[in-house]
Design a protein around this ligand. Sequence first.
Ligand SMILES: [Mg+2]
Length: 389
Amino acid sequence: MKITKVEALPVTTPLQKPFVMPGTHITGIDSVVVKVHTDEGYVGFADSGDTSTWYRGETQESIIGMLCEHIAPRFLIGQDPRDIEKIVGWMDMFVRENNQAKATVDFALHDLKGKLLDVPVYQLLGGRCAEASVQGWVTSAGSPEQVVPEALTALEKGFCLIKLKTGHGSIDDDVATVKAVREAVGDDVRLTVDVNGFWNYDQALKTLRKLDPYHLECIEQPLPHWDIEGLARLRDKVGTPIFADESAQELHHLKEIIDRRAADGLFIKMQKAGGLLKAQRWLTMARLADMPVMSGCMIGSGLEASPSAHLMIANQWASQFTHENLGPLIIHGQWDTDAEGTPDDIARNVPVFSGGELYPNEGPGFGIELNEDFIARNITRDKTSRVVQ
Ligand SMILES: [Mg+2]
């Protein structure tokens, strides 16, 4: 079996309501949908999820360019799509960085292989350790008046953890929001804060000392991605456990974080790790270091949510922890998909979110049928799809 054609489509999915993070006001998800075709008629699908210049530094243009100019002609066309380890190895050897582009290829190959073998992707990743992955809710950054009601509703809907984003106003405003949410939800609710790397060391030290009384379960990425040494210094001085997200990308970053004792836990996204195959190595390192993991999403469709949904129930280490793979819910302004129905999405059959848990589709592959009408209506303005064959 050979890969005969690769398609890359830029899609913009509008959000029901804007999502606010430091310096970022997202109103639509700009992603790349990839289709990998074979000479036997099987097609693998993937969705890159939202692109972001500050999180991954990859855009729709960079992903489509890297895929269509380099990866597809050199490492995909004419190759057997079942040889995922070989293709991922080639991509890593000859393409530096660009993990979101590489992950999108890896996702499509896993979907294709699941379809060929007529099994769900989680069966390729070790089988089932859990029925569903337990989810926390992530609030958009905002004032106490905006965030407190959202947090209370999320708890009512079954989410077991609330993650707050900073960056609505000043750092003092962020502290006021944490205080208000803690007072509203009570002492027993699991509460975390994600700074996305937007504080400097001095701000982080002073602010974390103010936040220590609210016993956060963790503070995520308080310092810029490059400052692993700073995370280690900070960790020595504050009581709140520190999780690394933007700092923890490739395996050598994990090794440095572990060697320097720079974090209490790690945050993984499949796109950051470079796909499902590399994510499994990533989780093995976390397990070896006895570090808890949370996984999240780039914010994306039911197709974007699928690779992580499959791995989080198949990986024994990851399946023990709480995740936040909420893309379809954030896009469509929903709390679940079973009671509220399946929204109009890149995927026709969004995986089931129910009572704060996420169930992967039963396959084959990711078990996703593309919504071609939706994709055709939402091709990103002024951008064009490309085909390599
Ligand atoms: Mg984060």
